[in-house]
Design a protein around this ligand. Structure first.
Ligand code: ATR
Length: 266
């Protein structure tokens, strides 16, 4: 049976095995997907070892995405743009091929699962770390009216804006209401809200948090208080998995039932 793993540290609570098991069942694929605890001093060896023992594909999660990027022999264009790799497979020639499905997974969740078009929209993206770098190109490919990256450390937003051809701003300098606000900062992890002004949210504003939780994130609670609708990033997790599944198996699983199942189990 074809073997797949997700490698990260910590890894015990990863939802990826359950997600891929459901995808495999849905699509009739004969495969096994488990977890591998990544070791700081051994990560590159663990990857080589997995493939030399016949493993078919790996997902890579925190904190190894940049190291996975560095070890690849071949990178997909979207992995190059993201500067990080979350999906690995072995090419026919024995070369390690790296891809990044995070951005495509988020956009697929927003556009196809949640039915929120980004075309012609004035979009604000909060944060300028690795998570935001990974989604900028797929968001820009949706033909939005504009994309502004706002970050506490403005220079990081400016670097991204220059690289991707969008706008950069401090939180204070943001003006007007946005059609879509995407939180890609890690503030939600520590229960914090980035310093966003209430005026940025209008009656029609739609908000998306790349983070997710059993309870609405602080960012989504803020948006709700202002009357805005939105969604958390559970669907992004499933979306990036679906994209990886497609890269490996060339079949596209259904995401919505898996999101519902995970939500019930949370
Ligand atoms: P990730 O890989 O999740 O993107 P990261 O590269 O460490 O993680 O980036 C974290 C992002 O969240 C950064 O943009 C960070 O802002 P700074 O660059 O100014 O540090 C942002 N962030 C984290 N906590 C925040 C908070 N409380 N308020 C606003 N932004 C925050």
């Amino acid at each position: 049976m074809d073997q797949y793993v997700v490698v990260g540290n910590p890894i015990a609570h990863s939802k990826s095995p359950a997600i891929h098991a459901t995808f495999a069942k849905q699509t009739g694929q004969d495969m096994n997907y488990s977890t591998l605890l990544g070791e700081d001093a051994q990560f590159e060896n663990q990857v080589r070892c997995f493939f030399s023992e016949g493993g078919k594909g790996m997902n890579v999660t925190v904190p190894f995405k940049e190291r996975a990027y560095a070890l690849c022999d071949v990178l997909s264009p979207r992995a190059k743009l993201a500067g990080a790799v979350n999906t690995l497979m072995l090419g026919k020639n024995g070369k390690v091929y790296g891809d990044n499905t995070d951005g495509a997974g988020m956009v697929r969740d927003i556009v196809h699962v949640l039915g929120q078009s980004l075309e012609g929209k004035r979009i604000l993206i909060v944060g300028a770390g690795g998570a935001v770098r990974g989604v900028l190109d797929p968001v820009l490919a949706q033909n939005p009216l504009s994309v502004t990256v706002a970050n506490r450390t403005v220079s990081k937003a400016e670097t991204l804006a220059e690289a991707f051809g969008c706008q950069a701003s401090s939180f204070e300098a943001l003006e007007g209401t946005f059609d879509v606000i995407i939180n890609g900062s890690s503030a939600s992890l520590s229960g914090q809200l980035p310093p966003l002004k209430d005026e940025l949210v209008g009656a029609h504003t739609w908000c998306y948090d790349m983070m997710y939780g059993k309870e609405p994130t602080v960012f989504l609670k803020w948006a709700q208080t202002l009357g805005a609708k939105g969604a958390d990033g559970l669907g992004m997790l499933v979306g990036q998995a679906a994209e990886a599944f497609f890269v490996w198996r060339h079949v596209r699983p259904e995401q919505a039932p898996v999101i519902e199942q995970l939500r019930r189990e949370m």
